[in-house]
Write a protein that binds this ligand. Structure first.
Ligand code: URP
Ligand code: ZN
Ligand code: ZN
Ligand code: ZN
Length: 466
């Protein structure tokens, strides 16, 4: 047999083109694209469907704990299974080293958790918890040489935030090694002031989370992060941008020639701060940082997607169980929003929500969808062209997408380890039906057929940022 697998009759979409062709796969890679490709051990009929590069979600949290020690609801098995069913073939979670721990030791522990557990390919970002000479002078350069080419710094979260001097020093170390920096942009001192005041005033409900993390705190930190990056001359990703003002800061920095990549997430496209208002504390289901904003900010985020201010739409999947003493409603979390762990699940619903609200409703075209969810993700994080496109020689990571399928999102149908979806009851048009990972059919007609452990760790090259 010439080929292991042919995908026949589908409409292929890349970030550049949409056209009808068949794809032939051998040894996990795409070896031919065309018509009448001949014989294969197996043929999958994709007529009436789109064939897309497998989704890459570069912003997910797996097997991590919150600042209060609340464990996330997903390990590598459930997190990557959920990603897979959502049409993804690769996710990039964050390794979070403890203060005082070497980055290398933390990575080894994280690798041990992932080993043999994954249903998609994975690669790791590293969070920088501290700026010792050892971390900046030795560890960052050595890790970049070993294919860990992205590091995240936090401007917020007590115990995790770095000050400007530390961020600048981290950026400088990354710049010297050719890596990029991801920044969580919110002004911690502003937030601390507002949270303390809200608690003094007895404003303790989940909705206060949104009131105490205002747009001004995000806008200011976004501007500051990009100014520091400009000084260090390092490429930055401004992650999970929620609103117009922060987006406009990015737009201005890009106009000045800064190497800035903007990321937004489905929660900023379809949720608002009103979702946190429920009086029975179920608003805790929507507590994430930055918080969802207004419908006007949703429209701004769509504008940023259309205008290319945002190159990435990622999930920021950060799952906690809700109704559980070890989850959102932990004993302290029931007394104040301050102790509700931040983050919401969404790795499985990212592609359907963006496709439905974006492509099906005519806000973006199919190639833009592919760029936002796969191609730009691969380019930004040093995976392109092995990942993120449909091309001869690329990994055969493919998602067969039914553009007509209508679904109502129900947590009961999802595969993550949480006990709710913030999108419960949300109607979508378009759904991933078959997912192929390096030539192995992992999901076929929405049924799991691949094995746990089929997903592998992928070492990365340097970022490609325009
Ligand atoms: O609320 C969020 N987004 N939690 C996840 C951690 C982060 O800041 O990305
Ligand atoms: Zn963040
Ligand atoms: Zn966040
Ligand atoms: Zn995050």
């Amino acid at each position: 047999m010439a080929f292991d697998l042919i995908i026949r009759g589908g409409t292929l979409a890349t970030a550049a083109d949409v056209y009808k062709a068949d794809i032939a796969i051998r040894d996990g890679r795409i070896v031919q694209i065309g018509l009448d490709l001949g014989e294969a051990a197996r043929v999958i009929d994709a007529s009436g469907k789109y064939v897309l590069p497998g989704g890459i979600d570069s912003h997910v949290h797996i097997a991590q704990a919150s600042g209060d020690g609340i464990q996330m609801a997903d390990d590598f098995a459930s997190g990557t299974l959920s990603a897979l069913f959502g049409g993804n073939t690769m996710v990039l979670p964050f390794c979070l080293p403890a203060k005082g721990q070497s980055l290398r030791a933390a990575l080894q522990e994280y690798h041990n958790l992932a080993e043999g557990a994954c249903y998609t390919d994975v690669s790791f970002h590293v969070i920088i918890p501290d700026t010792t000479d050892q971390i900046l002078g030795q560890e960052i350069p050595a890790l970049v040489a070993d294919g860990y080419t992205s590091f995240k710094v936090f401007m917020t979260y007590e115990g995790l935030r770095l000050n400007d001097a530390q961020i600048l020093a981290t950026m400088d170390a990354a710049q010297g090694a050719g890596a990029l920096i991801m920044v969580h942009c919110e002004n911690e001192d502003v937030i601390r002031f507002l949270v303390d005041r809200a608690e003094r005033n007895g404003d303790l409900v989940p909705a206060a989370h949104a009131r105490t993390r205002p747009v001004s705190a995000e806008r200011e930190a976004t501007h500051r992060a990009m100014a520091l990056a400009e000084v260090a001359d390092v490429p930055v990703v401004i992650v999970h941008v929620s609103n117009r003002e922060a987006m406009e800061e990015i737009s201005r920095a890009r106009a000045r020639g800064s190497r800035v990549v903007g990321e937004t997430c489905p929660q900023y496209l379809v949720l608002t701060a009103d979702d946190l208002e429920a009086m029975d504390w179920s608003g805790a289901k929507f507590v994430c940082s930055p918080p969802p904003r207004t419908t006007a900010d949703q429209e701004a985020c769509w504008e940023g997607i259309r205008m290319g201010i945002f190159d990435l739409v990622s999930s920021d999947h950060c799952p906690f169980v809700y109704d559980d003493p070890k989850g959102k409603l932990n004993p302290k979390g029931r007394t104040s929003f301050r102790h509700v762990p931040n983050g919401i699940p969404g790795v499985e619903t990212r592609l359907p929500i963006l496709f439905s609200e974006g492509v099906s409703k005519g806000r973006i075209d199919l190639s833009r969808f592919v760029a936002l969810t796969a191609t730009n993700q691969a380019k930004t994080y040093g995976l392109y062209p092995r990942k993120g496109t449909i091309a001869i020689g690329s990994d055969a990571d493919l998602t067969i997408w039914d553009p007509e399928a209508e679904r109502i999102i129900r947590h009961a149908d999802l595969h993550d380890g949480s006990d709710y979806s913030p999108y419960e009851g949300f109607a979508v048009t378009g759904w991933p039906v078959t997912v192929i990972l390096r030539g192995t059919v992992m999901v076929e007609n929405e049924q799991l057929c691949g094995a746990q452990g089929a997903g592998a760790y992928v070492s990365r090259g340097l970022p490609r940022i325009g």
